[in-house]
Design a protein around this ligand. Structure first.
Ligand code: DGY
Length: 326
């Protein structure tokens, strides 16, 4: 019987599928609710037919070698798969799968949570209130920025970027985007998203929201030069991957008034946070919550397990990112 290694407990919607297909005794789950240590990962995968990692587990050639020749699939519990060495998997003819689609709207909602929170100084205001420092309503107090009617610049116009754009309709925003390739989003409204180059996006946007994947060419795509090119009244939002932003440069920009604020859900070296960010009242900081709803995490678990079941039954896993191995 096939054996599966699950690197961190996931919702039952996925586990039950694996138990039904392979028997509970053949599904090994790392028992602790924390990122699996490297040595536990290397020993846990030994002799497994499938690995189900989460986005903080680095799955490289060493892990694949440790798993051994039975390994037939790596089913990531995330839509992003920058934690997996896909080239190494492809060389070994191992399909890698992800969980696209199901977290689009949930992540777009969280992007808007950050936009509204940073523009209206919600984090800073709540800290004041909870500390017992609120002295009552004041006409000059905690004034933020409107979101309604402003310009939203979306960097990376895939599924999530487009879902963020759709929500902007209700806020009567002008939407522009910079994308690696032309996109027909199907949106047809008076604020029809306009494709622009990165320079224009930075110069015109009141909110810049990042939605590109992490690739060598997008690593530190936002650094000192980009913050200089943004309006000093503009906000940066990042719900994609931390290393797309040079965090040290962002801290300088936030402290130096180069931009008005930042809403972040992802960080360069999670779970470490650049200490300078904690000093910035104009930063709203969330702990990588993009897909964190009951509904979406359940669907992600179901998709990851479905990919494993399909592969180990000799069928095509539906969400393969390196289909050339099939
Ligand atoms: C993903 O799936 O890539 C998300 O970042 C998870 O929250």
């Amino acid at each position: 019987m096939a054996r599966i290694f699950v690197a961190r407990r996931i919702p039952d919607a996925g586990l039950n599928l694996l138990y039904d297909a392979f028997g509970k005794e053949n599904v090994a789950i790392y028992p602790e609710d924390r990122v699996i240590p490297r040595d536990a990962l290397l020993s846990g995968v030994k002799g497994m037919d499938a690995i189900l990692p989460i986005l903080t587990d680095r799955i490289d050639g060493e892990v694949m070698a440790a798993a051994g020749p039975r390994l037939k699939i790596i089913a990531n519990f995330a839509v992003g798969y920058n934690n997996i060495d896909v080239d190494a998997a492809t060389q070994r003819k191992i399909p890698v799968t992800n969980t696209p689609g199901v977290l689009t709207e949930t992540t777009a909602d969280l992007t808007w949570t950050l936009m509204l929170a940073v523009a209206r100084r919600a984090g800073e205001s709540e800290r004041i209130l909870r500390a017992g420092k609120w002295t009552g309503w004041g006409p000059m107090q905690l004034m933020g920025s409107d979101v309604y009617g402003k310009t939203l610049g979306i960097f990376g116009y895939g599924r999530i970027g487009q879902a963020v754009a759709r929500r902007a309709l209700a806020f009567d925003m002008k939407v522009i985007y910079a994308s690696r390739r032309p996109v027909d989003s199907g949106l047809d409204h008076k604020t029809h998203p306009r494709a622009v180059d990165k320079k224009t996006l930075l110069a015109e946007s009141d909110f810049v929201s990042i939605h590109c994947p992490l690739l060598p060419e997008t690593t530190h795509a936002f650094g000192a030069a980009e913050f200089d090119a943004m309006k000093n009244t503009a906000y940066l939002i990042n719900t994609s991957r931390g290393p797309v932003v040079d965090e040290a440069a962002l801290v300088d920009a936030l402290k130096g008034g180069k931009i008005a604020g930042a809403g972040l859900d992802v960080y360069e070296e999670e779970p470490k946070i650049h200490p300078g960010l904690f000093e910035c009242e104009n930063a709203v900081l969330l702990p990588h919550l993009g897909s964190a709803t009951q509904e979406t995490r359940g669907k992600m678990a179901h998709i990851a397990a479905t990919n494993i079941v399909a592969r180990l039954k000799g069928e095509q896993p539906p969400n393969c990112v390196n289909p050339e191995v099939l």
